[in-house]
Design a protein around this ligand. Structure first.
Ligand SMILES: NC(=O)c1ccc[n+]([C@@H]2O[C@H](COP(=O)([O-])OP(=O)(O)OC[C@H]3O[C@@H](n4cnc5c(N)ncnc54)[C@H](O)[C@@H]3O)[C@@H](O)[C@H]2O)c1
Length: 482
């Protein structure tokens, strides 16, 4: 059974059908996953590609190479003439030869006439630029202008047409701008008369043909089954998982991937600068950082959740950034981590204060599940702030017993919440029952069951741990950052 998850929460269940290869499984992520298996490209589709820059020119050449008839559209006459002459408008490994071959094959035409290109195709890829505007926001002028032209052309098309946006766009652009615009101008209904999806492009300049053929995965954001299947056919020969998600997730994914890449580069460079200053071999440090595939190069620590804390991360970060300062080095990213962590704690506290309900119960106080270490626990900081704001606090943490806290751990709590003893509850119900807001910072099956059994519809629950089975909670629910 294949399951197509849609952003409206409906499952479009469908049996495997001809033309779709491989078994499909639904993983933890809820995305549709297709086991990779190489197949021949489904050739012979009529495709238009709008915008013939790095993404569009590579797409046009590769689609034509795979046997499709491709019409390229651009407003730049110079680029069109280059392609007509069998030359590539961009410099990329292998693109000149490929462009020459596909143009010679007769499968490529180019035009500045969007309406003609729409008439000559059943599937369009939108690859126009989305550059930065002066204030840093995305300039959507080109893609919105083009959407208007596509909408006009759709109005006079009788056949179903699939529009796939590949330009990088900020989350919400498809549903709030492009889809309504196409519907308004065409007078047609998205998902019925035409299909619309977003397919983030993961190619990198310099290796774009290789990246086109070997993407990390093919992601389609869309809930139009017919359109998704059209895209699936075009990319089915590519040896990569085919995953379907909501349009908004696909839009956010592309921006998140680019942010993550930028973060990785900046991290390695900042570690490089501080290593160099200390006479340490930075390449060896980063090589060994990457050798740890349990905690470093892995999904560990990559789920939205609550702030970090404990006796190591804040202390060692502080030491590293202090070393940098002493060596007159600027490490803006590493130096910003503690401030970002504090902002995350403030975000949770603000959520509680905004509710205007002073009786707050906290489940959990130590810095993570399974320990009674309170040093630099973000939950201690939350408790301290709530007390300062005049909240009436009750705390339950099965691991934390005041009489057993010793040494640095005891001194830390005495310095931050000296009257902790009067706030700690012996049993979870003593914390839940009188509270107007329950803040969950600890996750254990027995505690989850107690929450499910005990919280009431009049109570708010703020979840810092991404509780499983939260649908079973009979209360007003809000996640820390979800
Ligand atoms: N360059 C990359 O490596 C890369 C990778 C992944 C995603 N992206 C994203 O893909 C999109 C395109 O990037 P690019 O680097 O190929 O851009 P680009 O600037 O190289 O090319 C955009 C092309 O669109 C054309 N264009 C503008 N308005 C048009 C219109 N109304 N009709 C037809 N053509 C029009 C321009 O003339 C230009 O040739 C961007 O959103 C970008 O963020 C780029």
């Amino acid at each position: 059974m294949k399951v197509l998850i849609t952003d409206r929460g409906r499952d479009l269940r469908q049996e495997a059908r001809p033309g779709i290869i491989g078994a499909v499984e639904v993983g933890d992520s809820g995305l549709e996953e297709q086991k990779p298996r190489r197949a021949q490209p489904v050739a012979g589709k009529r495709i238009s590609v709008f915008g013939l820059g790095y993404v569009g020119a590579v797409s046009l050449a590769c689609l034509a190479r795979d046997g499709h008839r491709v019409t390229g559209v651009d407003i730049d006459a110079f680029k069109l003439n280059l392609i007509r002459a069998g030359k590539s408008p961009i410099l990329e490994a292998g693109i000149q030869e490929l462009m020459h071959d596909v143009v010679a094959s007769g499968r490529v035409t180019v035009t500045n006439d969007a309406a003609q290109a729409m008439r000559d195709s059943d599937l369009s890829f939108v690859c126009v630029g989305t550059p930065s505007a002066a204030n840093g926001s995305q300039d959507l002028t080109a893609i919105l202008r083009l959407s208007e032209q596509i909408g006009t052309a759709l109005a006079s098309k009788r056949e179903f047409h699939t529009v796939v946006v590949r330009s990088t766009i900020q989350p919400g652009t498809m549903e709030e701008r492009i889809e309504p615009l196409l519907e308004r101008v065409s007078g047609k209904k998205s998902g019925v008369d035409f299909g619309l999806c977003f397919q983030p492009e993961f190619l990198r300049e310099g290796s774009s043909i290789r990246d086109y053929d070997q993407p990390p995965y093919t992601i389609i954001g869309g809930n139009c089954e017919r359109a998704v299947n059209v895209v699936r056919e075009v990319f089915q020969h590519i040896d990569a998982r085919f995953m379907v998600t909501s349009v908004r997730v696909a839009e956010a994914l592309k921006m998140s991937c680019n942010a993550f890449h930028a973060l990785k580069i900046t991290f390695a460079n900042e570690i490089g600068r501080v290593s160099q200053a200390l006479g340490v071999d930075s390449h060896e440090v980063m090589r060994l950082v990457c050798e740890d595939t349990h905690l470093n190069i892995s999904p560990a620590y990559l789920k939205p959740g609550f702030a970090f804390g404990g006796s190591c991360l804040p202390k060692d970060l502080r030491a590293l950034t202090t070393i940098a300062r002493e060596n007159n080095l600027s490490l803006p990213m590493l130096s910003s981590l503690l401030a970002s962590n504090r902002a995350h704690i403030d975000h949770a506290v603000d959520k509680i204060l905004k509710l205007g309900r002073p009786r707050v119960g906290m489940l959990g106080l130590s810095f993570k599940t399974g320990t009674d270490d309170l040093r630099e626990s973000p939950l201690v900081m939350v408790a301290k702030r709530l007390i300062g704001e005049g909240c009436e606090l009750r705390i339950f943490d099965p691991e934390v017993h005041l009489s057993r806290l010793l040494g640095a751990n005891r001194s830390y709590i005495d310095a931050h919440i000296p009257h902790l003893g009067s706030l700690l509850c012996e049993h979870i119900h003593e914390m839940i029952d009188p509270s107007e807001v329950v803040l969950v910072g600890l996750q254990q099956p027995a505690l989850d069951a107690a929450l499910q059994a005990r919280v009431r519809p009049d109570q708010y629950l703020i979840d810092l741990v991404n509780l499983p089975n939260r649908d079973l909670l009979r209360c007003r629910y809000e996640g820390a950052c979800w």
